[in-house]
Ligand binder design. Structure first.
Ligand code: SF4
Ligand code: SF4
Length: 173
């Protein structure tokens, strides 16, 4: 279902709001002293992140039917996201994306994909313990990885033990 003119225009406007909001919230987080992980690796184009995209929402959208319905209607009619499940514990709506081609594993409207698709997996870098989908080519690197590595080597850690610690603490470059 490739996007037509109206959907493309609506998505451009929504993207602008998304980017302004994202930049502002990350600037605030940095100002507070939060340090994101660095992004390592590269996309392998497996398409796994398009299989069932999830969106975490605030309490108002989750609990208020009017807001929730408006949110879901927007995603259904503009982004092509159809609700298929909910993760109640984390307030996450899980969707099936009608732009995802399961055979080619490609997005049919890549140039007008929503902001959340463009941001993935950078959103993970702000989590205390970033996790990626199985098989994803990206990885998180601790912001102080090189300092930690120097200290571990100074303490005499090496070989297999060092490799294990590097993996567990996201120190792999
Ligand atoms: S809009 Fe495109 S990039 Fe986003 S989830 Fe759907 S197929 Fe993937
Ligand atoms: S899951 Fe990771 S490697 Fe696969 S398409 Fe998404 S970002 Fe790329």
């Amino acid at each position: 279902m490739r996007d037509g003119f109206i959907r493309r225009a609506l998505k451009r406007i929504a993207l602008l709001f998304f980017q302004v909001n994202l930049r502002a919230s990350r600037a605030v987080a940095r100002f507070r002293g939060d340090k994101p992980f660095r992004l390592g690796g590269a996309c392998r184009g497996c398409g796994k992140c398009c299989e069932s995209p999830g969106i975490q929402v605030g309490r108002l959208v989750w609990y208020l039917p009017t807001l929730r319905n408006a949110f879901l209607a927007w995603h259904r009619h503009v982004n092509g996201f159809e609700l298929i499940d909910r993760d109640i514990r984390h307030r996450v709506f899980i969707f099936k994306c009608h732009h995802f081609d399961w055979e080619t594993r490609r997005c049919d409207s890549y140039d007008t994909r929503p902001g959340m698709c463009r941001d993935y997996p950078r959103n993970q870098l702000w989590q205390p313990n970033p996790t990626f989908l199985e098989g994803c080519g990206y990885k998180a690197i601790h912001p102080n990885a090189s300092k930690f590595l120097e200290s571990l080597k100074e303490e005499g850690l090496e070989g297999e033990a060092l490799e294990k610690v590097k993996e567990k603490l996201n120190l792999l470059e």
